[in-house]
Design a protein around this ligand. Structure first.
Ligand code: 8YV
Length: 314
């Protein structure tokens, strides 16, 4: 008999199809009555498949409602929407999809740096609105050779650094501990890294340890010419302080793929020309989403074959 899997939130269609083939699936986001669906399958469900988006949250109540839950397989690298403590108390395995998304998130980070510094989106609007017919767009900011600060030099941060080296950027980073075997200067204080950067890219995990790590002091240190890029989690940046710093001109610009209250984006940010906004699409390519989906399926298949999961969260 196929093991029962509760799919909490929608993910890449091919992944859902593969889950449907391998398991007896129950799709929570399609249920009219969430509690009723959970109640009707609770005795059978042995696995959860979910996403790293807020609607994919797996809290202590959901874990508690599934007495035979053995594994939570998440489609995404960030596991902040999962109550890891509650899972650990029940020895439930948690897996994510690291590495397969490094390229795409790093590509987007570089794209956002260029978009913000060179005002690509502003220029695009300028052409479409016919304004080019009346005057040229004023000069923007050069990208190559600039100072790049990376917040969190993990798997994705390191790929961003590799890309940035191709742009002759001078790279430095902030993390709790220096990363061995990297040639870049480590800053223990984020304000000092910000003060020494033209672009500050956030690539650290979300969750309570990094909540509002990028605060008003960090943004002021980055300064009126500085650009903040966030491809990590909205929770890492104090969004209210961000709006205020941008309004005052204390921060030069921002390029954001993630927000504190997704999919809601503050009106104030939408009105600013020096801000680039994306709808959380860091991993959003067919190639990467397919690879993430395959990893979700492979983790579950390995688990139910009595093998260790491929990419457990430690
Ligand atoms: C995904 C993400 O878009 O992996 C993450 O942590 O935030 C994104 O890459 C998301 O997980 C899709 O479910």
């Amino acid at each position: 008999m196929k093991p029962d899997v509760l799919i909490v939130a929608p993910m890449y269609p091919a992944a859902i199809e593969a889950l449907d083939r391998a398991f007896a699936t129950h799709k929570l986001w399609l249920a009219r009555e969430r509690a009723a669906l959970i109640g009707s399958v609770a005795e059978r469900v042995r696995a959860i498949a979910t996403t790293a988006f807020p609607e994919g949250a797996v809290d202590a109540a959901l874990i508690g409602a599934l007495p035979h839950l053995e594994i939570i397989a998440s489609f995404g690298v960030g596991v902040d929407p999962i109550d890891l403590e509650a899972a650990k108390r029940r020895n439930i395995v948690v897996t994510n999809t690291p590495n397969v998304m490094n390229d795409c998130v790093a590509d987007l980070a570089i794209g956002l740096i260029i978009a913000a510094a060179r005002r690509l989106c502003q220029g695009e609007r300028y052409v479409r609105e016919g304004k080019w017919l009346t005057a040229p767009l004023p000069p923007a900011m050069k990208v190559s050779g600039k100072r790049l600060g990376i917040v969190g030099l993990g798997r994705i941060g390191r790929v961003i650094a590799k890309r940035a080296e191709g742009f002759d950027m001078r790279i430095a980073y902030h993390s709790r501990h220096p990363v061995p075997e990297v040639p870049f200067p480590h800053y223990g204080r984020l304000t000092e890294l910000a003060a020494a950067s033209d672009f500050l890219v956030v690539a650290t995990p979300g969750g309570k340890d990094t909540f509002h790590l990028v605060d008003e002091a960090v943004m002021r240190a980055l300064g009126p010419q500085g650009i903040l890029v966030n491809v990590a989690r909205g929770s890492v940046v104090d969004e209210r302080a961000l709006v205020q710093c941008l309004q005052e001109g204390a921060l030069g610009g921002a390029a954001l793929d993630v927000f504190e209250n997704e999919p809601r984006v503050p009106e104030a940010l939408m009105a600013m020309d020096n801000v680039v906004l994306e709808p959380h699409v860091g991993s959003g390519t067919h190639e990467t989403r397919a690879a993430m989906g395959q990893l979700v399926v492979d983790n579950l298949i390995a688990h139910f074959a009595g093998k260790p999961p491929l990419t457990p969260v430690r």
